[in-house]
Design a protein around this ligand. Sequence first.
Ligand code: SMO
Length: 761
Amino acid sequence: MSRFGKSQGVGRHEDLRFLTGRGRFVDNIAPDGALHAFFLRSDHAHGRISALDLTQARAMPGVHLVLDAAELAALGVDLAMRGARLRGPDGRIGAGPERPVLARGHVRFVGEALALIVADTRVAAQEAAEAIMVEIEPQPVALGLAVGGPPIHPEASDNRAYEWDIGDAAAVEAAFAHASHRVALEVVHNRVIVNPMETRACYAEWAGGRLHLCVNGQGVWTQRNELSRMLGLSRDAVRVTNPDVGGGFGMKAMTYPEYLCIAAAARALGRPVRWTASRAEGMLSDNAGRDLVARAELAFDAGLRITGYRVNLVSNLGAYNSQYGQPIQSELFSKVLTGVYDIRCAHLRSVGVYTNTTPVDAYRGAGRPEAILTIERAMDEAARQLGVDPFDLRQRNFIRQFPYRTATGEVIDVGDFPRVLARARAEADVDGFAARRAASASRGMLRGIGLATYIESILGDASETARLVLEPGGGAAVFVGTQSNGQGHETVYARMVADWTGLPEEAVRIVQGDSDAIAKGGGTGGSRSVTVQGTALRATVQQVVAGFSAFLAGEWGVEEVGFDGSAFGAPGSNTRLTLAEAADLARARGRLDLVDVSQTITLDGRSYPNGAHIAEVEVDPETGALRLDRYTVVDDFGTLIAPALAIGQVHGGVAQGFGQAVCEAAAYDPQGQLLSASFMDYAMPRASDLPMIGFASEPVPSVMNPLGMKGCGEAGTVGALGAISNALRDALAPAGVRRVDMPFTPSRVWTWLREVENVAS
Ligand code: SMO
């Protein structure tokens, strides 16, 4: 039951489909004859809508429907979207301004949807949008990462969305008072635009009073519940499907205003309606990521053990509470506040503010990359200021006893951080760094090395369902509650089921993304899929095996029937039946209950992937250009189910972290216009920017699920930000640069180098 690797395929089942252009994405499968939607969006960051006249647009050729907020409400749509609200230390709850599905009265960010146009073609809808007469009286714009400024919502007069804290502030204060050493630094987490390869898209169709919304999401059940609530329908009256999805990264997990509009329009028109965001539209309207400033302080005793840690941060929520906006840089940040270190005394204070920018929400890691970057920058700075080796400072402070309850209440089940770090040190050839630095210097280049150790806390629903249907002909359909966005779930789950049942891997068909197919599922997010869905699959297979064992015992008139992973047999008998043969027999006997089995499991606790990343960068002081020269990852993901796919997740995650650290930045001008709303202005990392990323595994199986898995989807990003930042800090240190803030673009690096030159001269 726990064996892996019987099937040794390294390819991914879905790749044949994707690589031969046969992926089925929303925009490929919208029904023939679907009308096209286009959204008129605000070109002001903040203002009062003084006029919105749709008359001319309605008269344009090919136009079927034009709606503003009031008309959308008249169709029975609840206009007020509301995100999660945090409860503060004194019981105070975070601000709860509505996010209107279409702007009503005011606009609060550039890109906010004002009106919906549905027409025969996209071009016709776009042309009609230009015929809408709109007048917006501009209001002062709030963009600062600080409380105060021009108010955006009456419910938050100082733009404070929430104030939240965790930990013992007084104890931390005392620790700092008695500390032998104190180190403080500020870490800027630049705002990024998620930019999945496939932009957001959906289509809606109605049949028999029932809505079908097909959307490129990260799960269907939450969307179904949100849609039914906002549209005033019973849950049974809504079916949500996710087809192939070209990247989600947290950003596609939410219900967006556009989906509600498309659903309502399709109902009003009695025809299917489709919408696909353009790239610029996505950059303006997709939830953004990160965007906070954290001040971190570490207190040490004389033996360089950490005695206190505190973080004060301010994070940007954008113009509204997005679905999970408030909990990210607060509750989720706190899950790994103290990283891999034994810090008994810690405190986090988090303030969220509204600004006239696109809402900010989950992005690969959602709070955990931010917490790890913050503490890893602080540890690196501490080692530098205290004059100790950064590896040594970490070794002295690692958690060594498990299970370990952190200062913020997380219980880390297992781990071996010293082993992981020692392996990383060896794999990265840290001992050879001095020679490499000298070689770079001889070419006039600045070389730096950076280390980050990280831990992640798997998030999301701890419960999941799987349904296994054995089909005539020897195949099986496996229904899952998670949603692949390109990670390769179909391969991983099929391999698991094949390994446990003896069914050929290619005969196992994974069915995901249909709220009608199974009753409930948690979707994909928080690196949860393999641990929670894998455990549900295992329980389902066990149930199938138990059912058949009892059935065959009756058939064969024996006490006991065993299953060896591919066939059933009884002691002392040569009769053997594969699972497929047993299923044929069950069907012949009318025992259909045996061939369609579903199980729901709940994990006992979270698992904690962890690891160490070591980056080496080379900087050209003449241009400020940074080159990532070497990159080494050693991870403890527990049991690796499909190593090639896990490594792929790490590679992608490191590339995404590199993007934020080195080239990506959402730039707004003082009026709140997004200056970086195209790939000409927003720099995504390229394959040629990255060296081959070394990967090694030092697994310590989790005890929170029977297979010992830990999850790996976000880990690469979590480690990369700190490793690359610390490497750049190291590269520039000999030149006298003391502060580096992401992104490390050539012009910024060049400027820092010139500044210290000017100070010196
Ligand atoms: S950022 Mo994610 O899908 O938890």
